[in-house]
Ligand binder design. Structure first.
Ligand code: SF4
Length: 775
């Protein structure tokens, strides 16, 4: 398929056309073809837009700073040439004329461009004054998830958050991920250790609350998930999807089972019930390290397949068959993701996914749920680390709700910003985030933020949140900085290492996000940024030599060995050299940054390997599968059974061209049919008088919105679905395409923000009660 570029903003590319290439039903490349003769440079890098981190080849004209084409890299061992439609996103963002390039300050309600020196000096002075006069918690912070796609930001975030040290810290993780963090922390002693489905060796894949065909796997980074799932079937295996919607993944699966939203914990407990009742528990080589089996058995006995069927909508016979097929498969694995994390019993459901794998002997086994090993993983310190649970060290001001991971629930951000008692919030810093759209009660976040004394946004868009700021500090875009796939090494279905070079040098004076954070920390503390960079390197070197493996070296030796690099690259070089594949700071074999940089297609570091019990950071290195915090929450689950599926329930969904709200200012990604529609089952549509293409009035949390209806039997009766990331309805933003072409409705404005997954404090956006009527 091909045609002319239709983006009027991209005037400089008018002599180009685009070509979309398909292989079977898979998109393999979108190429922008220049009709001009132009000097080309091929740059290999990974795509930073989603977890899959697919390998790309960029044809660039460096002199004019134009991307001539972006294609999948066929030699990337992970993605093998696959790309999705979003592969062009960072190019479009780079070119977007509405992306900020220089700091702006709001003066008399209007934005004025100012110099970096003025911006940093004024902000540092104002933040210092607020902190000195009112204490550290007077400065609130919101941290968005684009940061997870940026190595240098991630490693310097610790510096920034330690400097702020605020209890009013909010993040996107408390909207969609913390139940998984908490279950991992309780089971393995580390909130950032996730068992990932080893789908490349599995022969029976059960997917709950995920849609890998669209996401390419979340906490299961799997480029070209469609191919990887097809491979399971080619091997004679089976794919089963359990979801309130027949998703794109369900469409290619062997079996799809509808389940009522928010009831996954009942379903999984009933599955455990079958395993205990039929004596099918297989702990295998983990038998000697597992505690708590009797407690789990006693709880599971209360959830039979028969008494949970009416709650979940899954019959006892269906569950028995599934449990039996799973138990009889050679290498089965169950995977649960975002739909399970965003529900009222998200921690229990996330924990039970690991429990079901464990009880079937599938935890830490090839083809089961395994723990990736990052090339940057540091050696253990001389004495084993025993992590204390990072929860309930302080509480929210308004509801006295316990923090988790040093953060307050994101759903409570509005009321915590609005709180008017002692020690109230006076300033807000946002780092690459848009909580007004991404967090429940976003409308109230805007109202509360407007009353603050100071808002500083580290962002390059004037979005629904940053439009309220006094200053916006735009970092370089992804094409203007290097990257290393840091976080996604720990979520990939195969171990790998990949460095992505800078494509275009940023314009003079532009700052990377880690540099902005470092400058602010330095100025607030009366230091020089260079001193902070040196401290970061010295601190990491000191940590490395504290391990037995490097006790023969000094921190100075490690530091000087990596002197060829600076800033984040120096830290990366240290981590790679000290890591499991590292050169151990010698000139011998093993990885260092130069070798990883030279591997332009990325490095394959082999299949996932068994890692238990070595990676446990729990007391006595035991795996207690009955952590009290989760066990205590089961009574809440039992009480909720009576009302688990009364009324209509709302779920989210994601389109292949969406990534939260990030890409909605890109014309190429918002054109076409409206996709912010309310998906309604024909039965419900008839009952409510709704018509396909007509409008519905949706009411929830005391608010209402009008939204276009899509009638489809892909959604189960009693459930409606709205995608997230929309609601571009405020006039003060600087994203005209999003506002004009696809404003949509924010589902986060319509859900009851007071309901949480209580152990983790995570928002409940899946299974929320909603009222729908014809508009
Ligand atoms: S699947 Fe993700 S990483 Fe791969 S091309 Fe698409 S957006 Fe990029």
């Amino acid at each position: 398929m091909q045609g002319p570029l239709a983006d009027p903003a991209a005037e400089k590319m008018t002599e180009m056309s685009w070509l979309i290439l398909y292989s079977g039903s898979s998109l393999v490349a979108i190429t922008i073809i220049s009709n001009k003769e132009a000097p080309m440079t091929l740059i290999h890098r990974s795509c930073p837009t989603c977890e899959a981190s697919c390998g790309l080849i960029l044809d660039v004209d460096e002199s004019s700073k134009q991307i001539l084409s972006i294609k999948g890299d066929p030699d990337d061992h992970r993605s093998k040439g696959y790309v999705c439609a979003k592969s062009q996103a960072f190019h479009y963002v780079y070119d977007d004329p509405e992306r900020l390039r220089r700091p702006v300050k709001k003066v008399n309600g209007a934005w004025q461009e100012i110099e970096w020196e003025q911006a940093l000096a004024e902000i540092a002075e104002k933040l210092s004054a607020i902190r000195n006069n009112h204490g550290k918690d007077a400065i609130a912070m919101y941290y968005g998830n684009p940061n997870g796609h940026n190595f240098s930001t991630m490693v310097y975030t610790q510096l920034f958050t330690q400097m702020l040290n605020t209890e009013r810290f909010f993040s996107a993780g408390a909207v969609d991920q913390q139940p998984k963090n908490l279950s991992s922390e309780l089971l393995y002693g580390n909130a950032w250790v996730f068992p990932i489905p080893d789908i490349q060796r599995s022969d029976f894949f059960v997917c709950m609350g995920g849609n890998p065909l669209v996401s390419q796997g979340s906490l299961m980074s799997a480029p070209n998930a469609e191919q990887q799932l097809s491979d399971i079937r080619e091997r004679g295996g089976k794919v089963v999807v359990i979801d309130p919607r027949r998703t794109e993944t369900a469409d290619i699966a062997d079996q799809h089972i509808f389940i009522k939203p928010g009831t996954d914990a009942y379903f999984l407990f009933a599955w455990a019930n079958i395993l205990f009742a039929e004596n099918k528990i297989k702990l295998g080589r983990l038998t000697d390290i597992v505690d708590g089996l009797a407690t789990v058995k006693a709880l599971a006995e209360q959830f039979t397949p028969e008494n949970t069927a009416a709650i979940t909508g899954v019959s006892a016979a269906q569950l028995h068959t599934l449990a039996e097929d799973f138990a009889n498969a050679r290498a089965p694995v169950i995977y649960g993701r975002i739909g399970l994390c965003t529900q009222e019993f998200g921690t229990i459901a996330s924990w039970l996914v690991d429990v079901i794998n464990l009880l079937n002997g599938r935890l830490d086994e090839p083809g089961g749920a395994m723990f990736p090993q990052a090339a940057t993983e540091l050696p253990p310190p001389p004495t084993p680390v025993v992590n204390e649970l990072g929860r309930d060290r302080f509480k929210t001001r308004v509801r006295n709700f316990p923090e988790y991971m040093g953060m307050m629930p994101a759903s409570f951000m509005a009321e915590e910003l609005a709180y008017d008692g002692d020690n109230k919030a006076r300033a807000l810093i946002t780092v690459a985030g848009n909580p007004v759209l991404s967090v429940p009660n976003g409308e109230a976040i805007r109202e509360a933020a407007e009353k603050l004394e100071l808002i500083v946004a580290l962002d390059f868009y004037i979005n629904e949140t940053t439009s309220l700021a006094d200053y916006i500090l735009p970092s370089t875009s992804q094409l203007e900085h290097s990257n290393y796939d840091f976080l996604f090494q720990t979520t990939a279905v195969r171990n790998f290492a990949r460095y992505s070079p800078t494509v275009f040098e940023p314009e003079a004076g532009a700052l990377h996000q880690y540099e902005i954070m470092t400058e602010l920390v330095a100025r607030i503390n009366g230091m020089q940024a260079a001193d902070l960079h040196a401290m970061m390197a010295e601190g990491l070197a000191g940590q490395i030599v504290s391990s037995a493996r490097f006790a023969h070296l000094t921190a100075e030796q490690i530091n000087s060995t990596c002197d060829a690099h600076s800033g984040p690259d120096k830290l990366l070089d240290m981590m790679l050299r000290a890591g499991p594949h590292g050169d151990q700071f010698t000139d011998g074999e093993g990885l260092n940054l130069n070798k990883v940089k030279a591997a332009e297609h990325g490095l394959d570091l082999g299949p996932l390997e068994p890692r238990l019990p070595d990676i446990l950071q729990t007391k006595d290195k035991r795996l207690n599968i009955a952590p009290p915090l989760i066990i205590d929450d089961v009574s809440r689950l039992q009480k909720a059974a009576a009302t688990a599926n009364d009324g209509l329930r709302l779920i989210g969904r994601r389109h292949i061209r969406d990534m939260n709200s990030w890409l909605h200012n890109i014309n190429q990604y918002v054109r076409g049919k409206n996709r912010c529609t309310l998906l309604v089952n024909p039965e419900d549509a008839n009952r409510l008088g709704l018509k396909d293409g007509g409008n519905a009035r949706v009411k929830g949390a005391g608010r209402e919105a009008t939204v276009e209806v899509s009638v489809s039997d892909s959604i189960m009766p009693g459930v409606v679905s709205l995608p997230h990331g929309f609601g571009h309805r405020y006039n003060d933003t600087g994203q005209s395409t999003a506002k004009e072409k696809l404003p949509g409705v924010s589902c986060n404005d319509l859900i009851d923000w007071t309901v949480l997954d209580e152990p983790s404090g995570t928002s409940v956006v899946n299974g929320a009660k909603i009222e729908v009527s014809a508009a």
